[in-house]
Ligand binder design. Structure first.
Ligand SMILES: [Zn+2]
Length: 143
């Protein structure tokens, strides 16, 4: 019973809806180029999403708006990687971490300029746009 419903839901996400989703999520890159890390918020029930989503799984609304991930979040967990996925080997060692902003959490990397000895659980960090030498962009957690 549950299985059939799951399949129906997946088909609903195919086509027009997923196209809209892709378009909206692409805006995330435009925002990064403007120096802003953005998430989305449901205008109907207030639920907040990061990474950004264009449809709300709580109230099923697609009425969402962008907001900037600003201020500081609390470091709730981090881990220094000694092994990395293919393509990221040259970055080692680096720390992946989660910042808790209260309404939402952000998963990402800690700026490699920050010495590991300075990283403490519970410390407040901000999420900042990071431009890579090859022109690619991401975001990192800084002090
Ligand atoms: Zn909602």
């Amino acid at each position: 019973m549950g299985k059939k419903r799951e399949i129906d839901d997946r088909f609903k996400k195919f086509g027009t809806v997923s196209f809209t989703s892709t378009t909206k999520v692409n805006d995330f890159i435009d925002h990064l180029e403007q120096g802003k890390v953005m998430g989305t918020r449901c205008r109907d029930c207030g639920l907040v999403f990061f990474p950004p989503r264009c449809d709300c799984h709580q109230c099923l609304s697609d009425n969402v708006e962008w907001f900037e991930v600003s201020g500081r979040g609390k470091l709730v967990t981090y881990s220094q990687l000694q092994f990395a996925p293919v393509g990221f080997e040259d970055d080692l060692p680096y720390c992946i971490a989660v910042l808790d902003y209260g309404d939402f959490k952000v998963f990402g990397r800690i700026d490699r300029e920050i010495p590991t000895a300075d990283i403490e659980m519970g410390m407040e960090m901000k999420t900042a746009v990071n431009k890579l030498p090859d022109g690619q962009m991401n975001y990192v957690f800084t002090i």
